[in-house]
Design a protein around this ligand. Structure first.
Ligand code: HEC
Ligand code: HEC
Length: 426
């Protein structure tokens, strides 16, 4: 296994004078989160180190007991990162249920809340993937580029503070693996192998993550992504996909899309992870992949219910924009997709069930809407499995592709109105 070798960057262990190198690496990563940052905005603020004695908790303490790296992180938080989040505090300091990641009487307590928040919105293992950076426009606004770079710089400093040697030794991950690609055919056939990624090295003997991987020109497309309990069962939290290009920094999933995923799978059972599809743009199918986790353990019997039946994924919420679904998505889905997905083809129906797409009553139609929504990534709508599968020219082997492209465009432009409404829905 290679658990101890995981390192998102090479810079964490260097002393502060190599901060220039650190910021350069950081800038190279910024395109991954699609920021356009004027270089000036993130330039050199060395000098405020240790001047603020905030009690940060969560690895903090009073100023006299902080390491220089901890002091630097806490000073940066108070002077730059926390002020950059002012625009977010109107909803995230306790006003909206379940997303109170800035709750706290002052900057220091807000920092403690934020670093400990579950599901994790700040990811010190892969700073540039942190949800707080990648969330984008939702019910609240997107971060502007200056605020985003201030936040990213702070998260990098927190990373250095918790892991001064850059060893990533607390990180749980699978061995790196070379993707077996599926250029054609259905999953499990000779031309379409299923990748089985053992969770033994990460802490769940006998369990695997299974996935089918197809190559897109600009990334990889994963479907049938599942947690398989195997002989021991598995409990997982927060899987993060990482690509390892030779001779370059590892590339974590730039969306950290599974940040809220928690699943508990009994031995012998399996279940799709967050709808089972994901497009990792920027990953090359030729480079090794690895999956890191916040937690991997054998199956946890839930002491509360004792039922232990199958897995659960938190963070999944159903459709909130049914009216928009009716206006913009129902007819295009009925006309283009229902022939296979409403029972005509069992594999298609299992992958996305449109059986209820014609329902006259809202409660039943909502079931169809919820199904479709599980195939839409609301953080990266355009690269959702839902749009990639039938899009001509994207190298997936979905059995139906629009032809010509103009028909796809018509379909996309209608349905995307609903998808974006779900994205910005409170
Ligand atoms: C007008 C209220 C409002 C404001 C202002 C706001 N948000 Fe949100 N935010 C929400 C709501 C509602 C949710 C839960 C629904 C969702 O996930 O979209 C949420 C969820 C989130 C989540 C966690 C869920 C996820 O999917 O990642 C993050 C991270 C987030 N917001 C970041 C931000 C940032 C960064 C800002 C400031 C630039 C901000 N928000 C400003 C209302 C707001
Ligand atoms: C000719 C039959 C057919 C039509 C028409 C069709 N699909 Fe599919 N679709 C399938 C099959 C079969 C699968 C399951 C593939 C598998 O098992 O690997 C599938 C799977 C999917 C998946 C799951 C992800 C994946 O890549 O497997 C999505 C999303 C999807 N289809 C979207 C659509 C959309 C959107 C439309 C309409 C624009 C559509 N499909 C039309 C046959 C079809």
């Amino acid at each position: 296994m290679s658990g101890a070798s995981f390192s998102i960057s090479q810079r964490a262990g260097r002393p502060l004078q190599s901060r220039k190198a650190m910021l350069e690496t950081l800038v190279r990563h910024l395109d991954m989160i699609r920021l356009t940052v004027p270089l000036l905005a993130i330039v050199f603020t060395v000098g405020c180190v240790g001047t603020i004695g905030g009690n940060g908790g969560g690895g903090g303490g009073d100023a006299s007991t902080l390491t220089p790296a901890q002091a630097a992180a806490q000073a940066d938080w108070s002077t730059k990162a926390f002020p950059a989040l002012t625009v977010c505090a109107g909803c995230h300091a306790g006003q909206v249920a379940n997303v109170g990641f800035l709750v706290g009487a002052d900057a220091a307590t807000a920092r403690t809340t934020l670093l400990a928040f579950d599901p994790q919105v700040v990811n010190t293992d892969a700073p540039q993937s942190s949800r707080i950076l990648t969330k984008g426009l939702h019910d609240g606004p997107a971060l502007d580029a200056t605020s985003a770079s201030a936040l990213l710089e702070w998260i990098q400093l927190e990373r250095t503070a918790v892991d001064p040697t850059g060893s990533g030794s607390t990180l749980v991950e699978t061995a790196q693996f070379q993707a077996l690609l599926c250029p054609s055919g259905s999953a499990g056939s000779p031309t379409c192998p299923i990748n089985h990624v053992p969770l033994d090295p990460a802490g769940a003997p006998g369990a695997t993550i299974d996935l089918v991987i197809q190559s897109l020109g600009t990334g990889i497309y994963v479907n049938q992504l599942s947690l398989v309990g195997g002989t021991g069962g598995a409990y997982i939290e927060h899987p993060l996909f990482v690509s390892y290009p030779a001779g370059a920094d590892p590339k974590p999933d730039s969306l950290d899309r599974f940040f809220a995923t928690k699943m508990d799978e009994m031995a012998g059972m399996s279940e799709q992870i967050d709808g089972g599809t994901a497009a990792f743009m920027g990953f090359s199918s030729a480079d090794p992949l690895g999956i890191s986790f916040k937690i991997v353990e054998p199956f946890r019997v839930d002491p509360g219910t004792g039922s232990g039946s199958g897995g659960t994924t938190t963070g999944a919420t159903g459709c909130k924009q049914l009216a928009s679904f009716k206006t913009n998505a129902q007819a295009p889905l009925q006309n283009n997709c229902a022939s296979c997905h409403a029972g005509g083809n069992p594999n298609a129906t299992a992958a996305m069930d449109l059986t209820n797409i014609n329902a006259a009553d809202d409660a039943t139609l909502l079931l169809a809407c919820n199904q479709v929504l599980t195939r839409v990534n609301t953080t990266d709508v355009e690269n959702s499995g839902f749009f990639i599968a039938p899009k001509p020219g994207d190298g997936t082997n979905h059995p139906f592709k629009f032809n010509p492209l103009a028909l796809y465009t018509t379909f996309h432009d209608a349905v995307v109105i609903w998808a974006n409404a779900e994205k910005t829905s409170p």
